[in-house]
Structure formats: structure tokens, C-alpha cells
Ligand binder design. Structure first.
Ligand code: NAG
Ligand code: NAG
Length: 309
């Protein structure tokens, strides 16, 4: 895997010129200059050190773009990205959250719809138009990346229907992928609520002891031989946010569908079935995905409760 060493963001200003209202100045000037010299030296050394440190820790997969795929036509919820949540379009809320993520160099909305594009440009988002033939968010991200024509190392696929996504979760999966060279994909899970255990729309995940995904299922995994939900077991719920190595994203849509992917109707299984590694982080997040029109009221009342605006 080839990657260019970063043109390191040199924010390391070695400006050590202290404001000279110092009481030393008139009396003991030789001593002052020696002291000043030492301090300047220390500052320069620190700046050089910090720079070396940053280029070292940041060089792997350090160019990151967040893409919010958004389509107008949806079988379950027509025009979903533009639905207003407490007076603001849902896509804008998602975008505002994403903009707060420190690891993203750019955030773009990828859409096939002119109404969505126009709305997003109005609130200041970068927009990439993608074709209507994209079958899902991953393909839309892949096409958007190509059209952007920039050399990003990581694409974060930020679902437009999670308007309360925490920027820390975005940063978390990016850092996980940067720290795990043998993984091509990273994603997040949170604790599964017992009442969601048997809901096939809540996707469950099991991971190994180093945090790599073993499997995802719409059924409850692991299965307890009693046939019941084990209230003591820390089941994991998959959150719909993922990041990919861009080299992998270029081949991902073209990988043939796999048996487990088709049977569970879970796109991410194709990654595992082809033998690629996926890193999973655990986060605290109450999922409030907006899938159907009724979810809007739910999320609004929750936001009022918590004084979120
Ligand atoms: C299954 O669940 C029960 C609680 O419902 C728990 O006590 C038990 O350890 C679990 N595992 C097995 C193998 O029974
Ligand atoms: C979604 O995208 C993936 C990867 O791009 C593709 O392999 C898969 O077949 C698509 N799923 C559907 C339902 O079209």
C-alpha cells in the first residue's frame, strides 16, 4: 500500500518572541539575552518535536472526507433528508454535527436530487451530484469520491438520517481505521436495549477480543441455548456509520454479492465474507435514526426533553 507522506499541516508556530515588557531589560541585559536564547531554543525544539510527532502519528491515512449520502426518493419516507426537525432540515442537522468532527478535512453531501442540493448549498455545504443509478449509500459515496477527484485516504459514510450523531463517534471510527492498518473498514456499536433484541431492523454484532468484527446479524447473536434473551449479556447494536479505506471503497461496489450478505440483507457482510478486516469501536449512543415519518415526532420530543435545539 503506497501512500504519500503528508504535506504536514504546519500549524506549529515557533513564535517565541515574548512581549518585552520585562523587568530584566534595563538592568541585566546579558543575563536576559542568555535566558531568552535558551527559551527560544526550547520553543524551537518543542515545535520541531511536535511537528515530527505529528507527521509520524498522522501520516497513515490522514486525509479524511466525510460524505453524507442523501436521496430524495425513498420507499418508506419520500423526501426524508429535507424533513424539518425542530425547524431545521434533517440533512442540515447531520451536516452541522459532522462539521464538528476534528478528523474530517471536508464534509460533502452526495445527492442525486436538485432540491436537496439547493437546500444544502444554501446552508453552506459542499455538494456533489451523483447519478440516480446508485443503489445505496456506499455506491453514492464511491461515486462522490471519484467526482471530488481529491486524494483522500478515508471516506466516512455519514447517514443523513442520524441527525443526533456525535462528532466524537465520527472521530472515533476515523482514528480506529488510522490505528489499524490491516482493517479496511471501521464502524461503531453501542449497547443493545433488551427490548430491541428481537427486532430485525436492529442489527447485532459480535466482535473478537481485539475489536475486529466477527459477524453481523438481524437475529440475536450470540444465541443463548435457553432460547431467551440473556439479560446479563452485553449484546451490541450496530450503528449506521462507517468509514472505509478509499482504496477499498473503489473495489467494494464491484465485489460480487455474497451468500450471507444476501441472506441477512446486510451489505457489510460482503466485507467479512471476502476476508477483509473490519474494526469496531464501542460507543455510548442512543440511536435515533429517522426511518419513517413517525420517528420525527419521537426525535423532536427527545430533543425538547434534553434542551437540544
Ligand atoms: C444463558 O442465559 C442465562 C440467563 O438467562 C444465563 O444464566 C446463562 O449463563 C446463559 N448461557 C448459557 C450457556 O446458558
Ligand atoms: C449496495 O452496495 C454494495 C456495495 O457497493 C453492493 O455490493 C450491494 O449489492 C448494494 N446493495 C444493494 C441492495 O443494491
Amino acid at each position: 500500500m503506497a501512500f504519500c507522506p503528508s504535506p504536514s499541516s504546519s500549524s506549529s508556530s515557533s513564535d517565541s518572541s515574548s512581549s518585552s515588557s520585562s523587568p530584566f531589560e534595563s538592568s541585566n541585559s546579558a543575563k536576559f539575552w542568555i535566558l531568552h536564547g535558551i527559551m527560544a531554543g526550547v520553543a524551537v525544539a518543542a515545535a520541531v518535536g511536535a511537528r515530527a510527532y505529528w507527521t509520524r502519528v498522522k501520516k497513515f491515512r490522514n486525509r479524511v472526507v466525510g460524505i453524507i449520502p442523501a436521496r430524495f426518493a425513498s420507499t418508506r419516507f419520500q423526501g426524508k433528508p429535507l424533513v424539518e426537525i425542530l425547524g431545521k432540515p434533517m440533512i442540515q442537522r447531520t451536516w452541522e454535527r459532522a462539521k464538528l468532527a476534528a478528523t474530517l478535512d471536508q464534509v460533502v453531501v452526495a445527492t442525486d436530487d436538485e432540491k436537496i442540493a439547493e437546500c444544502c448549498r444554501k446552508f453552506g455545504a459542499d455538494v456533489v451530484m451523483t447519478s440516480e443509478s446508485c443503489r445505496n449509500g456506499t455506491e453514492r459515496c464511491s461515486e462522490a469520491l471519484e467526482k471530488l477527484g481529491k486524494n483522500y485516504d478515508i471516506v466516512v459514510n455519514i447517514q443523513g438520517d442520524e441527525p443526533l450523531i456525535e462528532p466524537e463517534i465520527i472521530d472515533g471510527i476515523v482514528k480506529a481505521l488510522q490505528a489499524t492498518p490491516d482493517a479496511v473498514f471501521s464502524t461503531a456499536v453501542t449497547s443493545l436495549k433488551p427490548e430491541d433484541a428481537l427486532d430485525p431492523n436492529r442489527v447485532k454484532c459480535v466482535v473478537d477480543n481485539r475489536g475486529y468484527a466477527i459477524y453481523f446479524s438481524r437475529g440475536l447473536i450470540p444465541f443463548n441455548k435457553s432460547g431467551k434473551v440473556n439479560q446479563q449479556f452485553p449484546y451490541l447494536l450496530h450503528l449506521g456509520i462507517q468509514s472505509y479505506d478509499t482504496k477499498f471503497l473503489k473495489i467494494y461496489p464491484d465485489l460480487q454479492p455474497t451468500p450471507l450478505q444476501l441472506e441477512e440483507d446486510l451489505e457489510q457482510l460482503k466485507v467479512l465474507e471476502n476476508g477483509y478486516k473490519m474494526k469496531v469501536i464501542k460507543v455510548n449512543h442512543e440511536a435515533h435514526g429517522v426511518d419513517i415519518p413517525e420517528d420525527v415526532q419521537k426525535i423532536e420530543s427527545l430533543m425538547r426533553e434534553r434542551n437540544l435545539s
